[in-house]
Design a protein around this ligand. Structure first.
Ligand code: SF4
Length: 893
């Protein structure tokens, strides 16, 4: 592929479900730059910190560039033949259900379509499931129960038109930052718009909330069934809408009324006063949008939570109207596209149902396929159980990292290790999953691959390539199609281009549809190469019968009160709130898992960015001060969290944002970045009975202090091959790596340790300071005028400025005085410590913001004027506001 250095390419961000448009440009020297696409309707030019740093994540460091078989380099033909032959033989000997694909919301729709077609239509099994099962399967199940289809009714515009936004289990500020920014911008103009946050933690999203309901874990069903009962009692339901467009209201209200206000308070751990204030606000506000994400979905009662929310919207007729509706926001960039092609084991393509014989016959006829799966396949958790017990004998994992992201991750790793044949197609040569693959297939990455993705508001956008495919990397759709051909399905998988796959997908969505199915993009079934190349973002539906030309539009479902059930009426679901205690004397605390602002999933991409790695550079756990005191834990101690399945070592962060009795820890760290940070080694394979989604946010655990005799901090130009420490966490910085360390023993040859950590040859100049009585050691290694590495060791958490130390890797240290300054661990008065990085875009630290507040900056904009912090992507504005609040208060004391 030739790079056109003068041209900006319109593409889409590969991270969260907001689906922001990105303009990417390759300069003549090969440097890539990105900016938000001002014309994309998801973001209108905005990008968050992750999107803004995309250019830092596309280097070829660590890439898998050639196919490999059993650890040796192989050609594509040999590798594809091996995959096809082993899958064919396994199917012939043990039947179609003895093989499985585990795919990903990172795949593009065309990749997903081909993989699903091969497994469901040609292998004849539905054993294809996706990591989206971990993300939003409960929303899919809830939609299908209520609407008869997996339909997101509203649009992002509704968030701007609403008078009340209820955010349930959603840290929008960090996990969907551009949506958060869109809401924050409206609130500035329309201060009477209200926001309620329902979340056990006081997350950064509380920054825009008028009310924060610090609900007990999994108290949401009680809160929303209580709301339905309240609406009924206060005659606040829309009787006309209910009778014309819904069924089951009486039973749902009866079930809800079993719980009185005191019962709701007991189940949610909220006061009756708080609950009534929320209920009356909801009752009084016609334009209400309820936004929910993983806090709702990742639960053993996730589907009931979704339906409890939808029940309240159906009861008030607040659905499909401008500024009103339930709104599930997806975690992944193409979770919605995966749903459209049937990437979940219990769905067929184009939102058709696998249990429906008419649908199966239609899809089989359309595909002209020899076979079609007749029953749902194994959902993710059950799929890996089947790998463990030998029912699945050949497994292909595409673009995901289940050894880190699946619940009970150690058991999943053991299952993969024991599986007779494992294929992994990925972009990286080293992940915790790919290390167990028999065949490794190099896939193209963001910037190199082409296709479409669908965001949370049903908007389909193109991801376009602007870089050549490196080495022998190939697109996922091509890899799957080649295997399909080699298995013997040449005709069905001989795609000459991506446009042909998209056109086929669009044609299937419109095939014998006649308005009976929600997903219909039949208007695009005739796209040719040119149309596909130029495809502008559009929202579905876009049926072939639509008279208007396909293109940008705003669409809402259910405005006419017609749903996709047999009688076209929506269904209330009768739900009884049940509380369940998972803790016990051995595991007395509840662990909640989630994301941080600047990292994505298992850090295979964001972990490459120095900018993104500075905000939070190691795995941590948030602990309420009372719990910290109870367990004798101080801030920045290393702690062990254990469950019956495993344990992790992470840094303690004591904060009253956390509920007492609950912990929060992020799920990003893997064996590639930390000694023992794989959080999902703790979580259980407990799932929602309807959706099969794991309960990743409510895990009983134990907490104890890890007694470290020595703590360390190091910066090093080269990434160490191995780190011999009980605790370590490595993060990229501009000149190399920064590493946090802790040791159970202090009797260590620190100079030898430093030498091995830096990878320093014996002739390297080493300067050292040792105070053995105080347990203080500082060692720096120089390679000519440059710092090769520096190690700081202390008996407690090391106090050296991380930013200053990392910066030394990039500077010239010509004089002995400068070198000794590093060993002293002091920046010097002329270079004050910036503190922990808050604004990733401009590298502004907490200490700088505090200094600006002390000097009189009283608003986020004033801080922006003084330091530029918060003036680019805006992802840090909530944190800046929190720092201002604390420090203004202290300054006034
Ligand atoms: Fe990407 Fe951020 Fe937009 Fe999500 S909000 S799509 S991560 S730029």
């Amino acid at each position: 592929m030739e790079i056109d250095a003068a041209r900006e390419v319109r593409t889409t961000c590969p991270y969260c479900g907001v689906g922001c448009g990105v303009l990417a440009k390759v300069a003549a020297d090969g440097q890539v730059s990105v900016r938000g696409d001002p014309d994309h309707p998801a973001n209108f030019g905005r990008l968050c910190s992750k999107g803004s740093a995309l250019a830092e994540t596309i280097d070829l460091d660590g890439r898998l560039l050639h196919p490999e078989i059993d650890g040796r380099r192989a050609g594509w033909d040999e590798a594809l033949d091996r995959v096809a032959a082993t899958f064919s033989r396994t199917i012939a000997e043990h039947g179609p259900d003895s093989v499985a694909f585990y795919v990903s919301g990172q795949l593009l729709t065309e990749d997903y379509y081909v993989a699903n077609k091969l497994m469901k239509g040609f292998v004849g099994s539905a054993n294809i499931d996706t990591n989206s099962r971990l993300c939003m399967a409960s929303s899919v199940a809830g939609h299908r129960r209520a609407f008869g289809s997996d339909t997101v009714p509203g649009t992002y515009e509704d968030l701007e038109l609403a008078d009340l936004i209820v955010l349930v289990g959603s840290n929008l500020a960090w996990c969907h930052p551009v949506l958060y920014q869109r809401i924050a911008a409206v609130r500035e103009k329309r201060p009477d718009m209200k926001v309620v946050l329902v979340d056990p933690r006081r997350t950064m999203t509380a920054d825009i909330a008028d009310m924060h309901l610090a609900i007990a874990p999994d108290g949401d069903v009680a809160l929303f069934t209580g709301l339905l009962a309240y609406l009924g009692q206060h005659n606040a339901v829309d009787r006309g809408y209910i009778s014309a467009h819904t069924a089951g209201f009486g039973q749902a209200l009866f079930a809800a009324s079993k719980l009185d206000l005191a019962g709701v308070a007991a189940a949610t751990d909220l006061s009756e006063d708080e609950i009534v204030r929320f209920y009356s606000l909801f009752t009084a506000t016609a334009r209400t949008v309820t936004v929910y994400s993983q806090g709702v979905n990742q639960s053993s009662s996730g589907t009931d939570k979704v339906n409890a929310i939808i029940n309240c919207h159906l009861a008030t007729g607040r659905i499909g109207k401008p500024g009103a509706g339930p709104f599930s926001v997806t975690g992944q960039p193409n979770a919605m596209g995966g749903r459209e092609v049937g990437g979940l084991a219990n769905m067929l393509a184009a939102h058709m149902e696998i249990e429906n014989p008419e649908h199966r016959e239609r899809v089989q006829r359309f595909w002209n396929s020899p076979d079609i799966a007749e029953k749902p396949g194994l959902k993710a958790v059950d799929m890996f159980k089947a790998v463990a017990d030998g029912r699945i004998k050949a497994l292909w994992i595409m673009a995901t990292n289940p050894v880190d992201s699946m619940p009970d991750a150690d058991a999943v790793e053991a299952a993969i290790k024991a599986c007779p044949f494992v294929v992994v197609s990925d972009v990286l040569a080293k992940t915790d999953t790919i290390r167990h693959a028999h065949v490794r297939l190099p896939a193209t990455a963001w910037g190199e691959k082409d296709g479409t993705v669908t965001n949370s508001e049903r908007r389909i956008s193109r991801q376009r390539s602007f870089l050549p495919a490196p080495g022998e990397a190939r697109p996922d759709w091509w890899i799957v199609a080649e295997v399909g051909k080699r298995i013997g399905f040449g005709e069905a998988f001989s795609y000459s281009s991506l446009a042909k796959i998209f056109a086929e997908h669009a044609a299937l969505s419109g095939f014998e549809n006649n308005g009976e199915r929600d997903f219909d993009i039949g208007a695009y079934s005739g796209v040719d190469e040119e149309d596909y190349h130029a495809l502008a973002p559009f929202q579905w539906p876009a049926s072939s019968s639509q008279k208007t030309a396909p293109g940008p539009s705003i669409t809402r479902f259910f405005a006419d009160g017609n749903f996709y059930t047999a009688d076209r009426k929506a269904r209330f679901v009768a739900i009884r709130a049940a509380t369940e205690s998972r803790t016990n004397p051995d595991y007395p605390l509840i662990l909640n898992t989630g994301r941080v602002r600047d990292h994505w999933h298992t850090m295979t991409r964001t972990g490459k960015s120095p900018r993104l790695s500075q905000h939070i550079a190691e795995p941590f756990v948030e602990i309420h001060p009372a719990d910290a005191q109870r367990y004798g834990i101080g801030d920045a101690d290393i702690v062990r969290i254990s469950s019956p399945r495993g344990e992790v070592l992470v840094r303690a962060m004591i904060t009253s944002r956390q509920r007492r009795g609950s912990l929060f820890a992020p799920m990003h760290w893997t064996d590639q970045f930390a000694a023992k940070g794989r959080l999902d080694s703790l979580t259980a394979s407990l799932t929602d009975p309807v959706s099969g989604q794991p309960a990743l946010k409510h895990v009983a655990v134990r907490l104890e202090k890890f007694t470290a005799k020595a703590f360390g901090f190091a910066v090093t130009r080269r990434r160490p091959e191995m780190i011999d420490a009980d605790y370590w966490a490595a993060a990229r910085c501009r000149g190399g790596w920064r590493i946090e360390l802790a040791f159970a023993e202090a009797e260590i040859n620190w100079t030898g340790f430093a030498q091995s950590l830096f990878g320093a040859p014996p002739e390297t100049e080493m300067l050292a300071y040792h105070d053995r009585d105080a347990g203080q050691h500082r060692i720096a290694a120089f390679d000519d005028k440059h710092l090769a590495g520096a190690l700081f060791v202390a008996p407690g958490p090391v106090a050296v400025s991380r930013g200053w130390a990392a910066q030394q890797l990039e500077e010239v240290h010509a004089s002995q005085r400068e070198r000794f300054r590093i060993v002293a661990g002091r920046a010097g008065a002329e270079r004050p410590d910036a503190g922990a990085i808050v604004c990733s875009c401009f590298g502004v630290g907490a200490n700088q913001i505090v200094a600006a507040v002390t000097a009189g900056c009283a608003t986020v904009d004033a801080i922006g004027g003084a330091l530029k912090a918060g003036t680019n992507c805006g992802s840090c504005r909530a944190e800046i506001r929190a720092i201002i609040q604390v420090n203004r208060f202290q300054a006034a004391e």
